[in-house]
Design a protein around this ligand. Sequence first.
Ligand code: A3P
Length: 287
Amino acid sequence: MTEADLYFLYRGVYVPKLIHTEASLDYFQNFTFRPQDVLIVTYPKSGTTWMQEVVPLIVSGGDPASVETIPNWDRVPWLEEVRASILNLEGRPSPRMLTTHFHYSMMPPSFFKAKPKVIYVMRNPKDVFTSIFHYSKMASFLVTPDSQSEFLQKFLDGKVIFGSWFDHVSGWLNADDKDRIMYISYEEMIMDLKDSVARISQFLEKTLDDEVISKIADRSLFKNMKQNNMSNYSAVPKEFMDQTKSQFLRKGISGDWKNQLTAAEADHFDAVYRDKIKDVQHKFVWD
Ligand code: A3P
């Protein structure tokens, strides 16, 4: 199936039809944020599910029930997706935990007024590409790549779900109101998860003792999240996600692009990256 079959364009970016409708996008546009909300923002495959594990654990003071009793898509729901409107988010107590894959330029008016806290997670785009490539083969609501080279060109051109990685990252990094945004990378979390958890809890103004921080970091390790049926997507029917083709929690490492891209593809990626990211003043961990 093609992009025309599975996606529609919303403000210039592709969104999958199965989980987005005109009504769900209207809900997003009219959503009323609160200053106490915590919003996880990611380009897909950058560590969304991981952060959907870490944040509830921090907010609950380390209570494992916060991630073991409710699936990640309901505990920290995507605001633009169909499910958001049926979850009674208006009735949830603060701090509400929310997620979006949308670009900064697509955020609704209330986001700029209420100024909720944002945790923006970014990941080496070559690993994002690698992860999406495998994900696209197992998720029936995504276009299955014809070939790696064809899909790579689409990724670099932003003709994939949620548009261009480069636009997403530069838009959020150049946000006007950076003081309420915490920028963190997947690679920092890989390198030192405990330190990352400590910094995130500080940003969320949640004081936790060292032992609790260690427990949260341990609970959020890849191997432990893989065992959590509320986070490993095993509850999704095979017709939507066929984990026999590729697991949702696939490898959980940084640098897997080295096993995926040819030398020529990596060089081409680097050339496009250098050009598209040249105006962004940020020291990326992977540079
Ligand atoms: P891989 O496909 O490279 O393994 P998202 O949640 O944004 O869709 O991102 C999914 C990616 O994050 C997958 O990458 C997944 O394995 C990885 N991931 C999820 N939880 C993780 C964890 N606890 N540690 C490391 N990587 C994790």
